[in-house]
Design a protein around this ligand. Structure first.
Ligand code: AHG
Ligand code: MN
Ligand code: MN
Ligand code: MN
Length: 341
């Protein structure tokens, strides 16, 4: 990574001068980045801050709309993002993995032109074991003439995103951002309290020898996925003619960050356990923002059967199968699906 003296604030002002962001979108990104700093501080305190473990009272875990037990940090991160974004005048509404429905901005505050969607804390299963977690966000335009958006106003394909990003809380806290002109990484200078541009224009190598998937689900996968991974595992003696390495952190943010940094293929495919829901990962909070970032870095993202960013959302919490990363490898995975369908 090449370091610079360019803060996120300076970067966004330069993007505004170049006509790539307007003042409202710039404020939105600044506000989200400030919320991520607060989440980073909470994550960093761990047991000392009393933030580990499940949310809920009397030994009874809170179950969110996804059917998952909420962690304390899921709830806290959601509250930090809601509170930070309520009053700035840049948003018309918000939607979150942790909330049943979308929320319009309260009447007491001015409303802006954008809709914000987020996965406040990604990789919840890793919080208590001190492994990287993250925040993912996606920005859409509020439809013309709508002042109090409902869920239906959020149901836009990923191609309609005007910005997307994630913040990974790992050994370093890194914010990765796109406004549709490349994918850029900013590392948090913890002493100064500001994000500093560390990679302008991340690029994913087209070819790879590395894949990320939860192999324990292998027997539940569809036939094309069985065939695809089966051939990867045959290595240099199989049809792919090369040996592959595997990594699985189980935090999408951390797995995709590795792929944006050095290439690879990330997949959470359809399996018979999640088939009724359409997949495991959520289109609006996980797949779409990550696909936008990956495409902007020269990679590809697909459901296995179509380009992710062209999926028409059927609901706020819609789930999809996911393949993303190095373009040649995503194309190979899609090829196995085409051959089987
Ligand atoms: P979240 O913590 O926001 O609910 O998302 C968890 C997701 C994703 O981060 C990760 O890739 C996947 O779940 C891990 O799934 P497994 O537990 O099946 O490995
Ligand atoms: Mn969750
Ligand atoms: Mn997630
Ligand atoms: Mn989450």
């Amino acid at each position: 990574m090449t370091s610079s003296n360019i803060s996120l604030t300076q970067f966004l002002i330069e993007e505004q001068r170049a006509g790539r962001v307007n003042p409202q979108l710039r404020l939105l990104i600044e506000v989200v980045s400030r919320a991520c700093k607060r989440i980073s501080i909470a994550v960093g305190k761990g047991a000392l801050g009393g933030v580990l473990g499940d949310a809920g009272e009397g030994g009874q875990a809170n179950i969110n709309v996804q059917g998952e037990a909420q962690k304390k940090l899921d709830v806290l991160s959601n509250e930090i993002l809601l509170e930070a974004n309520a009053w700035g005048g840049h948003l018309a509404g918000l939607a979150s993995e942790e909330m049943d429905t979308s929320q319009p901005i309260p009447d007491k505050y001015p409303r802006g032109n954008y809709l914000l969607l987020f996965d406040p804390l990604d990789g919840s299963s890793n919080i208590d074991v001190n492994v990287s977690v993250g925040t993912i966000f996606s920005v859409l335009r509020c439809p013309e003439g709508v002042t109090s958006p409902t869920d239906a106003d959020f149901l836009q394909p990923g191609t309609a995103q005007v910005a997307a990003g994630y913040c990974v809380y790992g050994p370093q806290t890194t914010l990765v951002l796109t406004v549709g002109h490349g994918t850029h990484a900013f590392t948090l200078d913890r002493e100064a309290g500001s994000f500093v541009l560390t990679t302008r224009g991340m690029t994913i190598p087209q070819e790879t020898r590395e894949f990320a998937v939860n192999m324990s689900n292998q027997r539940f996968w569809e036939a094309p996925m069985q065939a695809y991974i089966g051939d990867l595992l045959k290595g240099s003696e199989g049809p792919r003619g090369k040996d592959f390495n595997m990594r699985w952190i189980a935090s999408m943010v951390a797995d995709v960050h590795r792929i944006l940094t050095r290439g690879g293929l990330f997949s959470y495919p359809l399996d018979s356990k999640c088939a009724a829901k359409g997949g495991k990962l959520r289109l609006m909070y996980e797949a779409n923002p990550m696909s936008f970032l990956v495409e902007q870095a020269g990679g590809a993202a697909s459901t296995g059967r179509m380009r992710m960013l062209e999926v028409t959302p059927s609901g706020l919490h819609m789930r999809v199968p996911v393949f993303m990363g190095s373009k040649a490898e995503v194309d190979a995975a899609v090829g196995y699906h085409q051959a089987h369908d």
